[in-house]
Design a protein around this ligand. Structure first.
Ligand SMILES: C[S@@+](CC[C@H](N)C(=O)[O-])C[C@H]1O[C@@H](n2cnc3c(N)ncnc32)[C@H](O)[C@@H]1O
Length: 287
């Protein structure tokens, strides 16, 4: 059972981020876990809050993984003053679109980590999107997004935890991730794109691998293999969304423990198709 102190929030406002679900997720991770694998780490909201001997932060988006690896090494106060310098230099504000676009151009030329993070502070919904040429292309977050005290506080706490914990980084497609050294004392958390919802990272137009039925079946095979090897896993997903049911996952879920997270929603009726109109968020686990 993991401790429920005030949770650390990723400084990246990540689409599909699990910060709000930590209260439900973390108690399911044994506190004597040796290696915790956050296989689809995204903003790394889950892994950063886990107590384990080693935490692996893996995501196919190598730009985010490199950014976190930089956060771990870089002195945090130096990082913050560099962010502030960039804000001043490009005169970034809630309304200066031109300054934002100039910094975006500069980042796409230099791939500087400080610039990438600064851009996410001013981008539309703080999103991180890349085009097929791996250029950052999120539009400006006009009158909505800017660097502020709360982002700074999240960044400080996140960087402190990255430095304090034994975190290792990798940017592999989950299918390439090697599980042969994992045992029943380890734990794999999987938070992949959802097959039946649309997120910016799974429309296949972002320079990274698409998420479709083929990947969903590969994911099922991956979890079955974990289970066969007695490696504990926990999957976050949705079984129903706007009247659609994920049939592939639904079949798989019959063999495992399913915890419904949003009980306040009208649940989708598993037996009658298309009855539920809301999203049924679940955790599926083999432990
Ligand atoms: C729902 S988000 C994870 C959010 C994260 N749990 C958090 O709390 O911030 C899903 C992530 O899966 C990653 N992803 C998509 N396809 C992948 C693949 N084939 N292998 C590894 N990561 C992948 C995306 O880049 C995205 O960051």
């Amino acid at each position: 059972m993991q401790k429920n102190n005030k949770f650390i929030k990723s400084p990246l406002n990540y689409t599909g981020g699990k910060y709000k679900l930590l209260k439900a997720l973390l108690p399911l991770v044994p506190s004597d876990t040796k290696t915790f694998v956050d296989l689809f780490s995204g903003g790394f909201n889950v892994g950063i809050n886990v107590c384990a001997e080693k935490i692996i932060c893996n995501d196919q988006n190598k730009f985010i993984i490199e950014l976190f690896s930089f956060f771990k090494k870089e002195d945090t106060e130096k990082l913050i003053s560099r962010i502030k310098e960039r804000i001043k230099c490009f005169n970034l504000s809630l309304t200066n679109k031109e300054g934002y676009l100039k910094l975006r151009e500069e980042y796409n030329r230099t791939k500087d980590f400080v610039d990438l993070f600064t851009l996410t502070c001013y981008s539309f919904n703080h999103q991180i999107r890349f085009n097929n040429s791996h250029e950052f292309n999120t539009p400006f977050g006009f009158e909505r997004s800017q660097y502020n005290e709360s982002i700074e506080e999240n960044l400080r706490r996140f960087c402190a935890a990255l430095k304090e914990k034994n975190v290792e980084f990798s940017s592999l497609d989950f299918e390439e991730f090697d599980i042969k050294n994992l045992t029943n004392r380890d734990f794999v958390y999987l938070d992949p794109p959802y097959l039946i919802t649309n997120a910016v990272y799974n429309d296949g137009k972002r320079g990274f691998k698409n998420w479709g039925e083929k990947e969903e079946y590969a994911l099922i095979g991956f979890m079955r293999e974990l289970d066969k090897r007695n490696i504990p896993f926990m999957l976050s997903n949705v079984l129903c969304h706007n009247g659609r049911r994920n049939e592939i996952l639904f079949e798989f879920s019959k063999d495992f423990r399913v915890i419904e997270l949003n009980k306040t929603y009208e649940n989708c009726n598993y037996h009658k198709k298309n009855r539920g109109e809301k999203t049924s968020e679940v955790i599926i686990l083999n432990c």
